[in-house]
Every structure is written in C-alpha cells, then in structure tokens.
Design a protein around this ligand. Structure first.
Ligand SMILES: *Cc1c(COP(=O)(O)O)cnc(C)c1O
Length: 367
C-alpha cells in the first residue's frame, strides 16, 4: 500500500520489515499440523504488526474467522472490508452490545447477566467462555448448572476454554481439558463449535480434537522453546539506519551515565532508534545488532531516540542498515533472544511494545 516514494521516506531512520509471506507460511504450517481451520488472533493490532495487513494476508488460508480483543479492533477490520467472522475474546459489557452488533462481531460471554442481556437484546451468535482454571474470563467449569436455563433460552453456537500454561509439561492443560469436557457434558445441547488451543496448544496437540484453533504469537514468528519440530519463520525485522559514526579514544564513554568505556581506539555508530520506538532500555550494553551480516553489540544505554553500537571491526558508512530484531544474511536475532536479553521479558511484550513511530513496511518476502 505504500508507494515507492513514501517507502523511501519511511526508511530514513528506523522501521519494521514485516514478511507477510512468512506470516502466511506460519499459519499454513499450523493449519496442517492441527488439521482444522484457523481463527488467527489479530488482537492488539496483530501483536503490533498491523491487524488489517495481517488479516488480509491470512485470508489466503481461508480462516474460519479472526479473533480480536475489543469492538474497536473489530470495527477496524470491518472498515478495511474484511467480511469474515470476527470474535471478540474479552468479556463485553452490555454497554458494548450495540456497537458489537453493528460490527457483526461474535461475543464470548461467561457472565450470566451479560448472557441474559445479549439474548434479550436480540441475540445473535455468541460463544460461551468456560473458565477451566485460568480464572480470567468465563463461567467456572463446575458452575455451568447456574447458566443452564439461560443457555437453553439463548443457545451459544460455540463453547471454548483457554489454557493458562499450554507451553509447559506440568499436566495442567490435560486437567483443563478434562474440566472443559465435563462442563460440555452438562450443557443442555452441544454447541456447534468447540475450541481451546492457542499457539503452544496447537504445537503440542496434533491433530486438534476441536472445531478450530486460535493461534496468535506463532503466526508472528515466536515459537515455543519445546516446539515439537514445529518452529515459525521470523516475520518481524527491526531495522535502523546509521546516522553518525564516532571514532573514540581510549577512555571515552558512550551514552547516559557513561556505562560503556572505550578500551583503546573504538568506533561507534549511532542508530536512529530508541526506547520510544519500543527498543527497550534494558538492551543497553547487551542487545545484539547485525551489520552486513556480522554480529555486534549495543554500546551504552539505549536512549529515547538513539542507540549506539560498536562497529570497530565492521566496515560501516552513514546510512547503513542495522538489524536489531530479525534476519540479516545468515544471522538471526529472534524476538525470543531480545526478550531474554531484555531482563527476561515476554516475547509478546517485545512485539506489542514496538511503537507506532516505526513505519510498518509489508513485504512478500524478506531476506
Ligand atoms: C491471545 C489469545 C490466543 C492466542 O494466544 P497465543 O499464545 O498468542 O497463540 C488464543 N485464545 C485466546 C482466548 C486469546 O486471548
């Protein structure tokens, strides 16, 4: 959607290259593994990558629908012409219902008063959220009897649960699945669609026993540590230009608080990216950077708009492109690596923390 000219203007400082080909291949791999359709989670602007662009690309996989977290996010998809089913995977209050209906969203409800209000307000498809242990959203699995009459009066077209530790081998998801099945057995009628698995749940349970699966983070290039042979391709590449070069003498220091000190003569490049872009301050003196396919390190504290890297051993010129997340040649800095180095952040937070100041450039493939 960006013209050549505006693309050039958008790449003078720092930007995100987003590989839509890799996104779709990650989705296709999950769909093959699960053997059921996808409901890609494009909430939070597709984990920061751009909901409309990602949803449009994922249309190629003929998904059952898309998942978002708010009615506003659903409205954005509708305004972009996305006609497929859209589920809102956060509880809605009755105050949201009129907008939800106008945007043709399918709410996920667990609170008895909300279910009654949705039914009385004219109904429409909804899914019953069943809490099997996360205690975040949904009706408790062992309290389904309390909504039996409501569910009989306003039958949900679907029922689902969410695993709190799908990436762990602690037996918890088996426990949650048993509770989910027990709750379903108490419903007056079996809903048409049943679903439970997020990315880690899909990777670990193949084929899926349910109607569809709800992948999020895997689509965007983040796998589980124990990926059972199923690993995503990187999708997000954070690039920044070299804006200045500084030749330092022995003892010179770099950035706030002078935490990096030159031993002998060193050369440092200033990049046009900082923590206000979502390149976290915790990466100071630790983050990795790739320049011409060679790995180096952040020098000193990350500042709001600029970050310095040591380029002493790499030929470097003004305007060169440095990769701080993603691939450059044979080298890769994964989102998980960045999260770990940034004081064991969650990779989800790294992705959703990439700020709007970074233009998103959509590519069919990124080398
Ligand atoms: C966010 C979310 C998912 C996707 O989770 P990932 O771990 O990113 O795959 C699935 N289901 C629900 C209900 C969610 O809120």
């Amino acid at each position: 959607m960006t013209t050549t000219q505006s693309t050039a203007a958008q790449t003078t400082r720092a930007w995100l290259d987003i590989d839509l080909g890799a996104l779709v291949r990650n989705g296709a791999a999950l769909a093959r593994h699960a053997g059921v359709p996808l409901v890609p989670m494009v909430k939070a602007d597709a984990y920061g990558l751009g909901a409309v662009a990602c949803a449009r690309a994922l249309e190629a996989l003929d998904p059952h629908g898309f998942g978002v977290a708010t009615v506003t996010e659903a409205e954005e998809l509708r305004a972009a012409g996305i006609a497929r089913r859209v589920f809102v995977f956060s509880p809605l209050l009755p105050a949201d219902f009129a907008a939800a209906r106008a945007a043709r969203v399918i709410p996920t409800l667990g609170d008895p008063a909300a279910i009654a209000a949705w039914g009385q307000g004219g109904g429409g498809a909804w899914h019953l959220a069943i809490d099997t242990g996360m205690h975040r959203a949904g009706i408790r699995w062992d309290a389904i009897g309390q909504v039996a009459d409501l569910v009989r009066a306003h039958p949900p077209e679907g029922a689902f649960t969410h695993f709190h530790s799908a990436e762990r081998n602690d037996g918890s998801w088996q426990t949650q699945e048993d509770r989910f099945r027990a709750a379903l057995a108490v419903l007056p009628a079996m809903p048409r669609y049943l679903h439970a698995q997020n990315s880690a749940g899909i990777v670990r349970r193949s084929p899926s026993p349910w109607s569809f699966v709800r992948p999020g983070v895997f689509l965007y290039g983040v796998g589980s540590a124990d990926g059972a042979g199923l690993y995503p391709e990187p999708v997000v590449h954070l690039r920044a230009r070299v804006l200045e070069l500084h030749d330092l003498q022995d003892g010179d220091t770099v950035s706030y608080s002078a935490t990096w000190r030159s031993v002998g003569a060193r050369r440092v490049a200033t990049l046009g990216v900082g923590y206000a872009d979502g390149y976290r301050r915790a990466l100071g003196n630790r983050g990795a950077a790739l320049l011409h396919g060679v790995r180096t390190t952040v020098a000193g504290v990350v500042t709001m708009d600029m970050t310095m890297i040591d380029v002493t051993d790499i030929p470097c010129a003004l305007g060169d492109v440095v990769t701080l997340i993603g691939r450059d040649g044979e080298q890769l800095i994964s989102v998980e690596d960045v999260a770990t180095v940034a004081d064991f952040m969650s990779p989800y937070e790294v992705l959703t923390g990439l700020r709007q100041r970074l233009p998103r450039l959509y590519r069919e493939s990124v080398i």
